[in-house]
Every structure is written in C-alpha cells, then in structure tokens.
Design a protein around this ligand. Sequence first.
Ligand SMILES: CCCCCCCCCC(=O)SCCNC(=O)CCNC(=O)[C@H](O)C(C)(C)COP(=O)(O)OP(=O)(O)OC[C@H]1O[C@@H](n2cnc3c(N)ncnc32)[C@H](O)[C@@H]1OP(=O)(O)O
Length: 186
Amino acid sequence: MSIEPPADAAAPQRNPKAPPPGERTTSHYEGCRGCGDVPGSLRVRSWVGDDGVSVISRFDVLEEHQGAPGLLHGGMLMTALDDALGTAYTQVTRSAVTARLETDFRRPVPVGSTLWLRSRVDALVGRKIYVSGEAHLGELDGEVAGTARALFLEVGVEHFLRHGRPEDLEALGASREVIEAARTAR
Ligand SMILES: CCCCCCCCCC(=O)SCCNC(=O)CCNC(=O)[C@H](O)C(C)(C)COP(=O)(O)OP(=O)(O)OC[C@H]1O[C@@H](n2cnc3c(N)ncnc32)[C@H](O)[C@@H]1OP(=O)(O)O
C-alpha cells in the first residue's frame, strides 16, 4: 500500500491549541516508551519548530540502546522516529496511530551520541496524515543517520477504549461502563 501523498493533498494547518514555536511538547501518554518519563523509555524530548508545524526532537543514545557493539539498534531508531513523527502530527490533529513507517538507515549511530530529529506533516487527506522526518548526528544540521516516512490514521478515543487494557484505561480515568460500551460496539 502506498504512503505517497496525492499531489493535490491539503497543506497541514496548525491546530490552534498546539503549543507555540519553541515550546516543549508534552508526552502524548506518560507510559509511552518513546517519550514518557518511565523506566525503559527512550526519553525522546520534543519542541515545536519555528514554523509552528514541524517538531525538533532529541534522543540521547545510551548503552541500553545498543544493537551491535557500541552502536544504536535499528529498531530503537525506528521507535525514536515513530515517536518524533507521532509528535509532529499532534501539531495538526490530536489522535492518530501509525499505520505504516518506512525507515532508511544511512549511518551507524555510536552509543554516547545525540540524535536530533526533525519531523513534519507533509499532507492531510481525510483521516490520513502523511509525515516525514530525519535523524541528524550530533547537531541539528549534522550528518543524516536515518530518514523516515509514515502514514498515521486518525482514530477516535474508542480505538484506545476498545483495544487497550482495562486497567490502564481505568488508571487514566475511563469508567468500566464506558470501556465495556466501546468493546461491545465492535
Ligand atoms: C493519543 C495519541 C497517540 C500518539 C502516538 C504517537 C507515537 C506512537 C505511535 C505508535 O506507535 S501507534 C501504535 C502502532 N500502530 C498501531 O497499533 C495501529 C494498528 N493498526 C490499526 O489499528 C488499524 O490498522 C488502523 C487504525 C491503522 C487502520 O484501520 P482502519 O480500519 O481505521 O482503516 P482501514 O484499514 O480501513 O484503512 C483506511 C485507509 O488507510 C489505508 N491504509 C491503512 N493501513 C495502511 C498502510 N499500512 N499503508 C498504506 N495505507 C494504509 C487504507 O488503504 C485505507 O485507504 P482508503 O481510504 O484510500 O481505502
């Protein structure tokens, strides 16, 4: 299935409720292993870019992120990119999930380095959000270590109520009745 946006796709419009340029974005979910402040998280941190639509993210590559000796695991880079691209779409719309994520690994990334990611929404077509980004080594205009393109699909809160674990949803404040109703509406 293609993730090439159609040529006549609408340009992304900034959500007026999104944080302004330069401001740190909040984690979409505190339990997220991409950007949440929890054990096992990559602790990706993001800020809104100067244009108010793109996002800049930082990922410090540590020992526990290794794949080959002294080098970042490719899946960890994909997680960081998924998170950064997923944060970029929150500048435009509020709730979507990754349907497809394509990644090119261009350079090995040493443990101890910092990756700076730039991500943006390229186009919106109905529920489809086309996003892309790059990971730069050491600084924002550093060597490109990886690139990604993704298709996110907008979903309503029922997606999470229907598929998430009840105990996690209850901890977020959802009642048993609401969770049950979303599940039986399947
Ligand atoms: C609260 C905020 C959360 C922010 C998170 C950000 C960071 C983390 C991001 C993630 O990691 S999310 C977790 C990983 N992703 C998932 O768990 C999603 C699992 N997949 C699904 O739940 C469903 O497949 C999905 C909701 C994505 C789509 O199911 P739907 O039934 O809603 O849509 P459908 O399959 O009918 O497809 C709708 C359109 O998208 C197209 N499409 C769907 N999947 C595609 C794909 N993989 N590639 C290309 N096109 C795709 C599909 O062809 C169709 O095109 P058309 O409308 O033109 O016919």
